[in-house]
Design a binder for this molecule. Sequence first.
Ligand code: ACO
Length: 355
Amino acid sequence: MSKNICFIDGLEGILKYREIDINQLVDLSYDAVSYLLIQGELPGDKELAEYSARLQGEREINREVMDVIRMYKLNIDAMEALRTVVSFISQFDPDLNDSSTEANMRKSIRLIAKIPTIIAAYYRVASGKEPVPPDRSLSHGANFLYMIRGSKPSKLEAEVIEKDFILSAEHELNASTFSSRVTASTLADLYSAVVSGLCTLKGPLHGGARAEVMTMIQEIACPENAEKYILEKMGKKEKIMGFGHRVYKTYDPRGTLFKQLSKQLAEAKGDMHWYETAEVIENTVVRELVEKKGKPIYPNVDFYSAVIYMYMDIPPQLATSIFAIGRVSGWIAHSFDQYEKKKIIRPRAFMLDEC
Ligand code: ACO
C-alpha cells in the first residue's frame, strides 16, 4: 500500500502520486490532489465539492490560538511558530484521541485547513498588522495569499501558488515523511505525527533549503554577480542550497515545472532579473559540479520555488512553512497507511551507517 502513495524514478526523473504523473496533477486543484493522496483515488465532482466545502469550513482558528500567535516576533522562522501552534490546537480537536478512520479524516481536514491560517495570522501579527480572516470563496492557494496580503492575488499568482502546494504535497519517504511515519507507527495521534513532520522539514538540508536559496539570490542581487559568488562559495567547499538530491540523479521533475512557472511569473511581472540570476547560478553550479565530481547535480524542488516566492514578495521566513502547507497531505497519507500496519518502526543503529 505505502509504495502506491508515491512513485519516484530518480534516473528518469518521473514522479507520480497514486500512480498519476505529476505533470497531470499539477493542473488540478490542491484539494483534489490532497483527496487523492489521502483517499487513494481522485474525487468525482460531488466528492470534490463536499471535500472542498469541509476544508473551507475548517479554516478559522479560535481566539485562544490567536493569543498564542500574538506572542511571536517576525525575526524568527515561521516554522517555529507553526510547530508550536499545531501542537497547541490539538487540545481543541474533539476527535484528538479517537483513532477511528472517520475521526482521523476529520482531524486531517482540520489540519490541512488551519495550517495556512496559522502561518498567515503569524505573519500579519508579527508584521504589526491585523490578521485577515479566511475567505471561503477562494481556493486553498488564493485564500492563503489573500490572508497574508489582505488583498486578492492575480489569477496567475493564485494558479502558481496552488501548483506550488501540489508539487510540494508528497515525495515518498523523505526525511519529514519518515518522521511522521515513525510517530504514527507508535499509534500516537495525527497531530503528533504532523508536528514530527514539521520539525524535520525545518532543517536546511530538507525544507529549510528554500529560505536559504531566497537569501542567497537576494545577496547576489543581479545576474552579473552570480557566477563569481557561486565560484567563491564552492571554492570554500560550501554546499549550494537548492541543488542535489538523494534520489534524483537527473533533473527533478518538480524543478522543471517550477522553472517554467518562475519564468511565467517573471514575464507577467515584466521583471526578469531574479529569474536570470537563478539561471546563471544553475548554469554555474551544474558546470562546476560536472567538472569536479564528474556528474551533474541539478536544481531540486527548493531552487525555482524560491524564485517564485521572490516574485510574489513572500519573505524567506515564510518559505519552509509554505512547503508545509503542501506537504501536510503527504504526511497524513503516510500516517494513515502506517496506522493500518499497526507495527512500530524500529531500525537498528548499524543501519544509520547506510543513510
Ligand atoms: N552543492 C555543492 N556540492 C554538492 C551539493 C550542493 N548542493 N549537493 C551535493 N554535492 C556534492 C556532495 O558534497 C558530494 O561530494 P563528495 O562526493 O565530494 O562528498 C557529491 O556532490 C555527491 O553528493 P550526493 O551523494 O549526490 O548528495 P547526497 O545524497 O549526499 O545529499 C542533499 C543530498 C542533502 C540534498 C545534498 O545535495 C545537499 O545538501 N543539497 C543542498 C541542500 C538542499 O538543497 N536540500 C533540499 C533537498 S530537497 C528536499 O529535501 C525538499
